[in-house]
Design a protein around this ligand. Sequence first.
Ligand SMILES: *[C@@H]1O[C@H](CO)[C@@H](O)[C@H](O)[C@H]1NC(C)=O
Ligand SMILES: *[C@@H]1O[C@H](CO)[C@@H](O)[C@H](O)[C@H]1NC(C)=O
Ligand SMILES: *[C@@H]1O[C@H](CO)[C@@H](O)[C@H](O)[C@H]1NC(C)=O
Ligand SMILES: *[C@@H]1O[C@H](CO)[C@@H](O)[C@H](O)[C@H]1NC(C)=O
Ligand SMILES: *[C@@H]1O[C@H](CO)[C@@H](O)[C@H](O)[C@H]1NC(C)=O
Length: 300
Amino acid sequence: MAIFRTKCLALLAVFTGLSIATPSSHSAIKCPITIDGRIPRNTPLSTFDTAASPFDANYTKGQNLTWSQILKYPDVDPSKFDGSSHNKALEVTINDFSIFVSGGTDVQHGFRRAGLLMGNGSDASNEGVKTFHWSMRQDWHARMNLTHEYMNVWHEANDYASNQFSLNVGIMLEQDKPKDGNVSTIGLDKRQWKVLDRRNNVIWTQKIVWDEWQNFAVTVDYEKNTLQIYYSEGYDPLRPVTKPVPNDNSGGGQFQIGILKKPTETTSVVFDGYQESGIFEGQIYGGIFIEDSNRGCVSR
Ligand SMILES: *[C@@H]1O[C@H](CO)[C@@H](O)[C@H](O)[C@H]1NC(C)=O
Ligand SMILES: *[C@@H]1O[C@H](CO)[C@@H](O)[C@H](O)[C@H]1NC(C)=O
Ligand SMILES: *[C@@H]1O[C@H](CO)[C@@H](O)[C@H](O)[C@H]1NC(C)=O
Ligand SMILES: *[C@@H]1O[C@H](CO)[C@@H](O)[C@H](O)[C@H]1NC(C)=O
Ligand SMILES: *[C@@H]1O[C@H](CO)[C@@H](O)[C@H](O)[C@H]1NC(C)=O
């Protein structure tokens, strides 16, 4: 009885602690938008195969797949920055054919990947102070297999040798351990999102949440060479979850959003290793945009 009562009190605490924010309490974007990846409600999927796509129509995807085959419109409420009716969520999927051929010749057998690419590597999103926003949620019928390491969102440097930041999940490969320092990625809970800096140090972690939007933002200060992470769930305002941390933000790059599933039992990571067959996995995204955070402006 005592145990039952304690449980009830705990439940009550959980309920009273719950946010009352609802899909109707969407957040406005208050800083100038540098690149907008939000999807107007009436956009046909075929648009993503053309130059009218907010993303690069040719990258980064399976050689024989089109974006209109890869993307789905899931039946979920719009994310907090999508507005209650103007924009909608987009699901990026991978299957056995999600094999990218780099430069038309290097078949990346190690990966299954589909990544929406924004910008060209030398645009305004690489200057000053910019905040990269995205919201994401899970599709129960197209779950990731966290025995693998995934990289879902990242800013890849123009020389492809590293990422200014990335969001990873699953069991991290030995090859992706920090390039220096001692903040190990190995042995972390596979269900945790891990935000990595340029040298693969873990700067923040957060468990995957099911049946709710998880909202992320990363402020990249190209002048002071720092990163700062913001986060919230559902329709709650973003709050800073790190201080600005030192990072090498040089070299330019592109924002990529989707799924990159790495192999197990691999040497090169990119070209060899094990991938099970018969997969169908997805990640739902919304509220994708890059804003100008000059003078500390960050939409919350
Ligand atoms: C994609 O690549 C093709 C072939 O190189 C090119 O004709 C087309 O313009 C490209 N599309 C976009 C949107 O860049
Ligand atoms: C794409 O299709 C061509 C022609 O069937 C095939 O030779 C090639 O291997 C396919 N690419 C991939 C990555 O499966
Ligand atoms: C990249 O995009 C920016 C902004 O649209 C443009 O000014 C610049 O010329 C582009 N650079 C290249 C190399 O295409
Ligand atoms: C890394 O190791 C050094 C020397 O043992 C220690 O002073 C430092 O606090 C460690 N850094 C982190 C982030 O754990
Ligand atoms: C997850 O991936 C591992 C390695 O590819 C595979 O052995 C296992 O069967 C997969 N599990 C599920 C539930 O698909």
